[in-house]
Design a protein around this ligand. Structure first.
Ligand SMILES: Cc1cc2nc3c(=O)[nH]c(=O)nc-3n(C[C@H](O)[C@H](O)[C@H](O)COP(=O)(O)OP(=O)(O)OC[C@H]3O[C@@H](n4cnc5c(N)ncnc54)[C@H](O)[C@@H]3O)c2cc1C
Length: 637
């Protein structure tokens, strides 16, 4: 447990410092306080130059990507910023944010205006894709991929015709999902989902297999829970009890929309509080909070137990979160690339800058090595400029009569300026009031409402997965530990990429965490979680990972010091777009106009995209909002 893991940093015998992240001296303190000195060494597949997808350590919102913006937010940025250097570059369109929404905006603009349209995309990270990030590892000369954020083409509501058309234009055929996934690999080996009962919460460390939503008798029998808790769980699962017999289905839904699922369990069902940890983190992956902040109505929509005797009418109730009622048409529109929707971002970049990502198909993009030097080439009509934090976007006159927009960004410690006829802000909405201080106050307030959900997606390359095989486990939830879920990667093989097939081969483990503070209102939990993420070092997270894996699968023979080959922690203090919730957002329950509608209004030559513009944390929203924003500025022409 306590031996050093040298292979993490020196997998191929090459250790490099992160490049392209020079900082103004005044911001150095911010770095020292958080990430500086963490293991931001690079694992390079080629050993030639820094290749962002292959960097390990603390990624996602990595050191160098957020300090300028935090100084802007704290009001200290302009005191020390120095003078602005004009690049003398002019564009038809400047896009702030190189996530899927920003890349899609560039794509739609180019499609409408033609290949000579001059476009610049600016992003504060050292890699493009926003949340759709690729994690690339190499072991024994072979590539292993993981997704650092946006996981799959998947949405609880059907993709719009616009979003579907873009997916098709990129050459993605979602109907191939079953062909590329080896759905029987893990079940064929007898691997199941498990629940890790930790000694801090449950009195003893125990991994119990056979965990499912039904919480079958065999699972409960093996669980270290008191007889009272087991009795209550069985009652919750099977009793056909109706706690609101005098109300109509519609009125029951309103009642359920106004209470949390935790309250429903302990105050309506009057269950032992020991039941709660079994459900506590089940909602983390969707909402970024536990059942204390998730409305009971949403828990009903997701199929949680306790509603079977209530005979609620199917279909969404008032103020139901859009994640909580899955549309049947959405079921078949799913695709998972080994690097998640980073492949979608890479296919967009391939269309924007041919040659930057070699190849031509959805198959060959998986293993294609991007040529980062091509992203920002002089003379190219489309340029993607990374490590560039935009700090000001301002019309060159009154918004109604301006000829264009001045965009100021900081890169390598220096402020630069470009000019563009139009701009699309595809960045996070909470950032926009600081970039455009002249926006009307009500729009600024609406933009600031979008408090993003913090998340961590960690990928751990391990030497072999025999321990998982010995224990019969392919995934486990662990509500009491730092990462609340661990799973073997989805076995997807596409093009020349082959997923791990044998337990004696390396594999990527995917771990996730949703930092939150139960008891607070949802957006307050997200803010508190963000603070926790920004103040937790890589060393601390690494220690949690090693301890967690040792406790969970050590009995199967897993030795963290020997078996962990590399760790990439994708930290997203600003993760999912905030989706409205009937407990926290009264307007949502009453059916009023949501803030995102006010927030996304075009101002002069500046249009606004990003998933925040739809308050919907899915790739189809990123695409739809890009399409809308681009058409708003095309209408100006
Ligand atoms: C961990 C995680 C898992 C997810 N899984 C899924 C999934 O499986 N399926 C799905 O559909 N969706 C998923 N999502 C939602 C995801 O947010 C969207 O699908 C989509 O990738 C968002 O794209 P975007 O362009 O709107 O935003 P982003 O990806 O956030 O891109 C915005 C970019 O703007 C940059 N930016 C912000 N401020 C500035 C500035 N001042 N200057 C320059 N750049 C700036 C940001 O750093 C970022 O790179 C997931 C999100 C997270 C965090």
């Amino acid at each position: 447990m306590h031996r050093r893991i040298t292979r993490r940093d020196f997998l191929n015998g090459v250790a490099l410092a992160v490049g392209g992240t020079a900082f103004l001296p005044n911001w150095g303190a911010a770095l020292r306080g958080t990430d500086a000195g963490t293991s931001l060494a690079a694992v390079q597949p080629t050993g030639r130059s820094v290749y962002p997808p292959a960097l390990t350590g603390l990624r996602g919102s990595h050191a160098g990507s957020f300090e300028a913006f935090h100084a802007l937010k704290d009001g200290t940025f302009w005191d020390t910023a120095g003078s602005i250097v004009s690049t003398r570059e002019t564009y038809d369109l400047a896009v702030v944010g190189g996530g899927i929404s920003g890349l899609a905006a560039a794509y739609y603009y180019r499609k409408a205006v033609g290949k000579r349209a001059r476009i610049i995309v600016l992003d504060n990270h050292d890699d493009f894709g926003g949340h759709a990030k690729r994690n690339e590892f190499t072991a024994n000369g072979r590539m292993y991929l993981g997704f650092g954020g946006t996981q799959s083409i998947d949405s609880p509501a059907p993709y719009s015709p616009v979003a579907k058309a873009l997916i098709a234009e990129l050459g993605i055929d979602v109907s191939r999902r079953a062909q590329v996934l080896d759905a029987n690999l893990y079940t064929g080996l007898g691997l199941r989902r498990a629940f890790f009962f930790d000694k801090e919460t449950f009195g003893v460390d125990r991994l119990v297999g056979g965990y499912s939503h039904q919480l079958a008798d065999a699972f409960l029998d093996a669980a270290p829970l008191s007889e009272a808790v087991k009795r209550d769980v069985r009652r919750l699962l099977t009793d056909q009890w109706d706690p609101m017999p005098d109300l109509s289905s519609a009125d029951r839904k309103v009642q359920l929309a106004r209470m949390s699922y935790a309250h429903f369990l302990t105050h309506v069902w009057h269950l032992d509080a020991g039941v709660l940890p079994l459900f506590e983190t089940r909602t983390h992956g969707l909402f970024g909070v536990g059942i204390d902040a998730v409305p009971a109505q949403d828990a009903w929509g997701l199929g949680f137990p306790g509603f079977q005797g209530m005979h609620l009418d199917p279909g969404a109730g008032p103020g139901q979160n859009r994640d909580a009622i899955r549309h049947p048409e959405a079921e078949d529109y799913f695709f998972h690339f080994p690097d998640g929707n980073a492949s979608v971002a890479r296919l967009l970049v391939r269309r924007l800058i041919p040659g930057a990502i070699p190849g031509s198909t959805m198959d060959d993009v998986v293993t294609a090595q991007a040529n980062y030097a091509w992203l920002d080439m002089k003379g190219s009509p489309v340029r993607i400029r990374l490590n560039s934090t935009v700090v000001r976007v301002q019309h060159d006159g009154p918004a109604a009569s301006a000829r264009g927009v001045e965009v100021v960004y900081v890169r390598g410690g220096t402020l630069h300026r470009v000019w563009a006829r139009t701009a699309v802000l595809a960045c996070w909405h909470s950032v926009i009031p600081y970039l455009c201080p002249d926006l009307p106050a009500h729009q600024q307030a609406a933009l600031a409402y979008a408090v993003k959900v913090p998340l961590v997606y960690t990928n751990v390359l391990i030497r072999q997965w025999t321990a998982f095989q010995h224990l019969g486990v392919r995934a486990s939830v662990s509500p009491g530990l730092w990462h609340t879920s661990v799973r073997l990667e989805a076995p997807v093989s596409l093009g020349s990429y082959r997923s791990s097939r044998s337990p004696t081969e390396p594999i990527v483990l995917h771990l996730s965490k949703t930092p939150c503070k139960p008891g607070l209102e949802a957006r307050a939990q997200h803010r508190a979680g963000r603070v926790e993420l920004l103040s937790t070092s890589f060393e601390t997270i690494e220690r949690h990972i090693r301890e967690q894996l040792a406790r969970m699968v050590g009995d199967g023979g897993f030795d963290p010091a020997d078996d962990i080959l590399a760790i990439t922690v994708n930290r997203w203090p600003h993760g999912y777009a905030y989706q409205y919730n009937s407990l926290s957002d009264p307007f949502w329950l009453k059916g009023g106009e949501p803030p995102c509608v006010v927030a996304r209004q075009r101002v002069g030559r500046i249009a606004i995209a990003n998933t925040d513009a739809a308050a919907y944390a899915y790739t189809d929203a990123a695409i739809d909002q890009a399409h809308r924003a681009v058409h708003e500025i095309l209408d100006l022409r």
